[in-house]
Design a protein around this ligand. Sequence first.
Ligand code: COA
Length: 185
Amino acid sequence: MKQEPALWRVDLLANCNRSGAKGAILGWFTSPGFAVATYYRVTRWALLKGGLHKLVSMITWRRIVKDYGCYISPKAPIGAGLRLPHPIGVVVAETATLGRNVTLYQGVTIGRRLAENGAAPVLEDGVTVYANAALIGDIRIGRGAVVAANSVVLCDVPAGAVAAGAPAKVVRRKVEAGPIVEEVA
Ligand SMILES: CC(C)(COP(=O)(O)OP(=O)(O)OC[C@H]1O[C@@H](n2cnc3c(N)ncnc32)[C@H](O)[C@@H]1OP(=O)(O)O)[C@@H](O)C(=O)NCCC(=O)NCCS
């Protein structure tokens, strides 16, 4: 059985196109996206571990909020290869689910429709969400779909489609899937 590469390796490749320990050190200092993805991984790992680790989770989570203005809940599962080209003001609700190789640009919000209704979007593998888009409620964004800048997405988007506008509509059906990073050196 093929072994899955470690999450940080896929995050590193997605954000910096680098690999290995040296690449990770360089990536940490040169790519804020890789730094935020790594903080998120540590935050979630510590949360799931429980006990005193929750303190570590709280500290690293606060670090993401303070240093980058991103509010990514560690309760939200996010697949390998989280790419954050400009990690400022990204919000991911605790009930959201993100697949592998998802790209989120600055100001993206993935949240609940109403505070009292818990459901938040599911983003399948290879989804790209451009600047300042809001994806809200119990919706599913299909594999390789693209959400245009400043869109407000309130309904499902089919795989490979481009959705734009507020409220968003499908403006194009892409042929190829989104950027999927499959291999790690
Ligand atoms: C998603 C995006 C890549 C779409 O590109 P595309 O698939 O080539 O689509 P097109 O540019 O051909 O546009 C298709 C239609 O959607 C509309 N559209 C595209 N982007 C839109 C947007 N953000 N909001 C509303 N409508 C939009 C176009 O006006 C066009 O409408 P028409 O068919 O009536 O003329 C692009 O519009 C986008 O949002 N880029 C964001 C880039 C960004 O965030 N840059 C900052 C990085 S730091």
